[in-house]
Design a protein. Structure first.
Ligand code: SAM
Length: 181
């Protein structure tokens, strides 16, 4: 609390607007600089989200997942390896990130479809049929979206989700480790 109390510097309105206008360009540059080396593969998803293992309505049902804001695929590739009966749609607004996903040795068109999409603007239905996704994941993505645009992004996801489908998200929180260190 002491540390927070001392932090009184606000980002100027101009800088805030510029960061928002350039968000897509900046993320694309991020992947140009870091390629696939920044985030670690997320091997914790089935441990943290019971729903990923328990949401099939019948044994043998193919699970259809949407990883919204997939980056270079650190979330999807461990899942594809772990669960052979899963199809994953993966989208990101960085064209470079999507290319990295497509170039991954584990990418195969029978099991996944990666495409570019700005969740705050574009129509997910251009690539995904309405009401067909069982589980949508947003892993450290909502924090990258301006609060004013979060609702539109979630409405988009809602449209492609099947009735009773699930949205799983993980993100930064107030007073968490990332905020202080
Ligand atoms: C912290 S990364 C997380 C990537 C991935 N979910 C993972 O678990 O590694 C956040 C991702 O969200 C993407 N992103 C941010 N805003 C977006 C938007 N409006 N539409 C689509 N993707 C977006 C960024 O390009 C970036 O790849």
């Amino acid at each position: 609390m002491e540390k927070l109390g001392n932090d009184r510097v606000l980002v100027s309105d101009f800088k805030q607007q510029k960061l928002e206008t350039d968000a897509q360009k900046n993320w694309d540059l991020f992947y140009k600089r870091n390629t696939t080396n920044f985030f670690k593969d997320r091997h914790w998803t089935t441990r943290e989200f019971d729903e990923l293992k328990n949401c099939r309505e019948s044994e043998g049902q193919k699970l259809v997942l949407l990883e919204a804001g997939c980056g270079v695929g650190n979330c999807i590739f461990p899942l594809l390896e772990e669960d052979l009966n899963i199809f994953i749609y993966a989208c990101d607004f960085s064209p470079r990130a999507v290319e990295f996903v497509k170039k991954n040795a584990l990418y195969c068109t029978e099991r996944c479809l990666a495409f570019q999409c700005d969740l705050t603007k574009d129509d997910l239905q251009a690539n995904i049929q309405v009401g067909t996704v069982d589980v949508a994941t947003l892993i450290f993505v909502l924090s990258a979206i301006h609060p004013d645009k979060m609702q539109k992004s979630l409405e988009q996801i809602y449209k492609v989700l099947r009735p009773g489908g699930i949205v799983l998200f993980r993100d930064y929180g107030l007073y968490d480790h990332a905020m202080f260190f």
